[in-house]
Design a protein around this ligand. Sequence first.
Ligand code: GDP
Ligand code: MN
Length: 356
Amino acid sequence: MKLLEHMGKEIFREYGIPVPAGMVAEKKEDLERIDIPFPWVMKAQVLVGGRGKAGGIKFASSMEEAKNAFDEIMAMEIKGERVRRVLVEEKLSIEKEYYLSFFLDRSSRNYLMMFSSQGGVDIEAMAENITKVYINPLAGLQGYHLRKIPKEVRDVAKRLYKIFTEKDCELAEINPLVISEGKAIAADSKIIVDNNSLYRHPELPAEDVELTPLEREAREKGIAFIQLDGNIGVIANGAGLTMATLDALNEFNGRGGVFLDLGGTDNPEKVKQAFELMVKAEPSVILLNLFGGITKCDTVARGIIEFMSQHEIKCPVVARIKGMNEEVAREMLKDYVIAVESFQEAAKKAAELGGD
Ligand code: GDP
Ligand code: MN
């Protein structure tokens, strides 16, 4: 379960990690009751990533500006997710922006602490300057682990680790962890709690913030649909193929924005619904990777054509179609998609078209 930023910050506060003074506003009138001196930073509360880039963070230096910013933010839909509320905080003067996180690293069967002195941007974008420290979960965080990161953030790291373990997190991240007036302070929070342990945490918000609205809509329609941080929408059939497609994109520096598994379907209507959902997520390119078996290629093609002949899709669709009735499907789709022969080529093409 992902927590909204303001919920994560409440936990930070409880565990003694400094956070900016802040209050949540759901209606414009709420702003009047906020007694934080200007300037403010106003932040859309959404679960999808890339909020800052999408314009979901605004600054205000008067009540009038704040009200305008509030209206603008509440009218936003970020990657298909409506803004539920706005977190209003004192604007910090930033001296440094660090990145700090604890992560459950399944491949090494360890906890992983990551630190970077170039925070503020996506972790993927910092590839270069990341300090990675593996922590044996049985031994826990030790002094020598902490000595690998700057002194000024060690206390925060200790406390974040406590949150990470006590709340059964998959991820506890502060990005950016800023240095403001010589002090470390968490300007953002990202916490993902392991769903399997939710029963141990009645203290966590009961409110279902786990799914984005599009994910919830997909669940109702019986479509496996997960929103990720990238911008390439992947449609494939079978969870394995869908994941392999995301991995293939990674090879070409493409970043998956949506995981959509058509599953085994022989119903064009379901394919149409899947495309409808995908388009609402506003990917910059759609990559369709189809291996026809139970799901026949021409069935999928029919669904796609039904959708595309009624709606204008603003982004290109790259398609790799193999298996049952592939020739028919390819012929049907030739005016609708960019057809590519191999899996590799498809991933490469989509990564190219979907570059930021
Ligand atoms: P995200 O982009 O959705 O992760 O949102 P963040 O909360 O991480 O904020 C993105 C960026 O906005 C930060 O890296 C800062 O550069 C800037 N920002 C956020 N809060 C403040 C603030 O209080 N003061 C200043 N000067 N910049 C801020
Ligand atoms: Mn951030």
